[in-house]
Ligand binder design. Structure first.
Ligand code: PGA
Length: 252
């Protein structure tokens, strides 16, 4: 798998200007970890200021609309995210899929809009607990990938996939290392089926209750190319502990 380990903070609907101090601290520290690619996805209201406060880290949106502009009150387009200073956007997070009813087709259209605007994409997939209990986790995630992976030229180079089991998000629970390994292998196989050779280079992140004390174990799993971190990304201290864990593994 190509590339440096990628550690991305997803702030969700958290953060006002006071959080820019955390951004500055994360950015300064990121300079000490050249073997890790660090990014944060603040709320859209902070993207512009985050860009100003940070020199090194990547900056992302958390969602985008499929259109460039128009009568869509409250929505934000990929072009606007790019204009505000974003490098990438998350699409298809389970909170968007569940709370906003986003389908795989919606997520695919958003990913394609983001790529067209010149943004990278972190595409989230993951099964619910009942789907896992029913032995359907890999089938569910495979179907999500088939339905939501962007199908435009150059997509695999700008795409990361984040495997986030819905039951692990914000719960403190994480899958076993064996289950993460099996799922990431299954995602890799699916990406190669979708994209051919290009699918071999798509970064696959793990997300869901990643913390300082489990980061090394999760990041050591084959085919885990980084982490999408929610709660633990909200302070520089807890986020940098995860970045530091990734750096230690990258040194080995
Ligand atoms: P969490 O969230 O780290 O708080 O579990 C991860 C995510 O939803 O991206």
């Amino acid at each position: 798998m190509a590339g440096l380990p990628y550690i991305v903070g997803n702030w969700k609907m958290n953060g006002t200007r006071a959080m820019l101090n955390e951004v500055r601290a994360i950015d300064r520290a990121a300079a000490r970890f050249p073997k890790v690619q660090v990014a944060v996805a603040p709320p859209a209201t902070l993207i512009y200021r985050t860009r100003d406060a940070a020199d090194i880290i990547g900056i992302g949106g958390q969602d985008c609309h499929i259109q460039e502009s128009g009568a869509f009150t409250g929505d934000i387009s990929a072009v606007m995210l790019k204009d505000a200073g974003a490098d990438f956007t998350i699409v298809g997070h389970s909170e968007r899929r569940t709370l906003h009813g986003e389908t795989d087709a919606d997520v695919k259209a958003k990913a394609e809009a983001a790529l067209a605007a010149g943004l990278g994409v972190i595409l989230c997939v993951g099964e619910t607990e009942s789907e896992r209990d029913a032995g359907r986790a890999e089938a569910v995630v495979g179907a999500q990938l088939e339905g939501s992976c962007p199908q435009v030229d150059g997509a695999p180079e700008k795409l990361s996939v984040a495997y986030e089991p819905v039951w692990a998000i914000g719960t403190g629970r994480v899958p076993s290392v064996e289950d993460v390994a099996a799922m990431h292998k299954s995602i890799r196989d699916k990406l190669v089926a979708i994209y051919g050779e290009g699918g071999a280079d798509v970064r696959i992140l793990y997300g869901g209750s990643v913390k300082a004390d489990n980061a090394s174990e999760l990041l050591s799993v084959p085919e885990v190319g980084g982490a999408l971190v929610g709660g633990a990304s909200l302070t520089a201290e807890s986020f940098l502990a995860i970045v530091g864990a990734a750096a230690s593994l990258a040194e080995d």
